[in-house]
Design a protein around this ligand. Structure first.
Ligand code: PFF
Length: 530
């Protein structure tokens, strides 16, 4: 009866179904809303190049870590880490000790809230070792979905506005005023946020094959079709080529340390890495699938979608002499103004919001599925009860984000609590949730996953998992020491005395990704200046 009992776990119906579902998770508001505006703010082509480097250096290796961890253990992130964690892990103890000491330090400096929290975390690491990483991933699912669904709610609201002809602004001032008015309207925000959560819950309710996979197979091709149609319209506007060259020709003088960090953080967010979403989806994959090719395809589709979104937006923005650095409101402020200047403008705007809704929905369901899978596996809940429970809690949390979009005015008690604990400088609960997940939880989750797979599970164990269904992801000798493949039975075969993919991957997850993430992270918290 239960999907959660081992061996009976529900699996994807087909390889393509899995790839579309995983690409659906990756392709979301991050690609269509966030990527264009952070590219616009950070100089265009140069930022795109940085982003592509981060995707290759960190995104692909960590994607393979998460998928192989999921498939090997056939469990949700908590169960996956627990299944592989050894009885004693020196590395976990070391990390736990550092955290406990930092907690003590903070207590001494009278930062009681964060100090106590870190002490608790340190103790949890001593007690549960790496399983804490899986738990943190599930928690991150809660946090991200609670504010993600609020933005998705705006998208739905704007779609209806566009249908009613309510977005025919003459200039961006009018558009900004309308955006501020709408997002300040609590019942409007909450109504559409709950609607979005309901849509996610309906899909996840159907299960892996007949819910997530079925809808991904319908929605993902539709998403790409819509993207191409909008690009065609955008690129045929007079003056559109200025936008294309903004996106594609890098100006290296525009590269800044902030841009590097943003690109790195965004690589995690856009690929749904660092919180166990891909571990969860990987746990529904059969041994026949080639995880190496799947990872490349998922990352490739996600990158393609981001670039296509850029090609849909910037030509239109430049054709009508609008500024590309409009920030988070770029889509909501600039696009309606731009599109209004062409025939059938309202139709194009509505189509764009449909596109964004689809992208948000397939990502939202993956965020919810992480929580649902954890409740099913760990608490032995039925899928329907897990969906009901997690959907309701996240919807309520989202309501708090919706009532505190740009100020804490409506949540003074929560503000005080968070300020005492974290000393938060964020301007609202919405900002707090965004900041804590994108800047802290995801990069730290990615770092821990990469360390765990590279050093605890071991590259050898992970490569053995990836070998199922991927014979060409091969075995090496040349750098076997560095990459952790020294004891691999294939390493003496002279035919393999070259630097193969398996070895490169091992080096990346053991050294390159952890070092890059750590540097970026230290810079972020102000302990190191790049
Ligand atoms: N990748 C999604 C986006 O780009 O919008 C966001 C996301 C989905 C992040 C699922 C994390 C996740 F687990």
């Amino acid at each position: 009866m239960s999907e959660h009992s081992e061996g009976k776990r529900e699996h994807w119906g087909s390889g393509i179904g899995f790839i579309l579902a995983a690409a659906g998770s990756a392709i979301g508001l991050g690609n269509i809303w966030k990527f264009p505006y952070i590219t616009g703010e950070n100089g265009g082509g140069a930022f795109v190049l940085l982003y592509l480097v981060c995707i290759c250096v960190i995104g692909i290796p960590v994607m393979m870590c998460e998928l192989s961890l999921g498939r090997h253990t056939q469990r949700n992130p908590i169960g996956a880490f627990r299944a592989i964690t050894p009885k004693t892990s020196l590395l976990a103890h070391l990390i736990g000790l550092c955290i406990v000491l930092t907690g003590f330090g903070l207590l001494c400096f009278q930062n009681y809230g964060l100090g106590a929290l870190l002490l608790l975390l340190g103790v949890a690491i001593f007690r549960y070792s790496w399983t804490v990483v899986g738990f943190a991933g599930v928690l991150t699912g809660f946090v991200i979905l609670s504010y993600y669904s609020v933005v998705a709610g705006w998208v739905i609201g704007y779609f209806f506005k566009a249908l009613r002809g309510g977005l025919d602004f003459k200039n961006t001032t009018e558009a900004v005023a309308e955006f501020t008015r709408s997002t300040g309207d609590v019942s409007w925000c909450i109504g559409f946020h709950v609607f979005f959560m309901f849509a996610c819950a309906m899909v996840v309710w159907g299960g892996v094959k007949s819910g997530i996979e079925r809808w991904s197979k319908i929605l993902m091709p539709l998403l790409f079709l819509l993207l191409y149609v909008i690009i065609l319209r955008s690129m045929t506007l007079p003056g559109a080529m200025k936008g294309v060259s903004f996106l594609l020709s890098p100006d290296f003088s525009k590269i800044s340390s902030r841009g590097v960090l943003l690109a790195l953080g965004h690589a995690f967010f856009t690929l749904s890495l660092g919180m166990g979403a891909m571990t969860t989806y990987g746990s529904y994959v059969s041994k026949k699938e080639n995880l190496f090719i799947s990872s490349l395809t998922i990352v490739g589709l996600d990158t393609l979608a981001a670039l296509l979104a850029g090609l849909a937006i910037f030509p239109a923005v430049f054709a009508f002499n609008q500024a590309p650095d409009g920030g988070p409101g770029l889509i909501f402020h600039v696009l309606p103004v731009v599109m209004n200047q062409i025939p059938l403008g309202g139709f194009w705007v509505a189509l764009f919001f449909v596109l964004m809704f689809i992208a948000a929905l397939t990502s939202g369901i993956s965020l919810l599925e992480v929580v649902v899978a954890a409740l099913m596996d760990e608490m032995k809940m039925s899928r329907h009860l897990a969906v009901l429970l997690s959907g309701t809690v996240i919807a309520l949390l989202g309501c708090l984000c919706a009532v505190s979009l740009d100020s804490w005015d409506r949540l003074p008690a929560l503000h005080q609590l968070l300020q005492q604990t974290f000393g938060v400088g964020q301007s609202s609960f919405f900002d707090f949730m965004d900041n804590i997940s994108s800047n802290w939880l995801l990069p730290l989750g990615g770092l821990m996953t990469s360390l765990f797979v590279g050093w605890i599970w071991g590259t050898r164990g992970a490569v053995n998992e990836i070998r199922h269904g991927a014979d060409n992801f091969a075995d090496v000798h040349l750098m076997s020491l560095l990459s952790g493949l020294r004891e691999d039975p294939h390493h003496n075969n002279p035919q393999y005395h070259v630097l193969t993919l398996a070895a490169i991957w091992g080096i990346f997850i053991r050294f390159v990704s952890p070092v890059a993430i750590t540097i970026a992270f230290l810079h972020l918290i102000g302990w190191m200046k790049i």
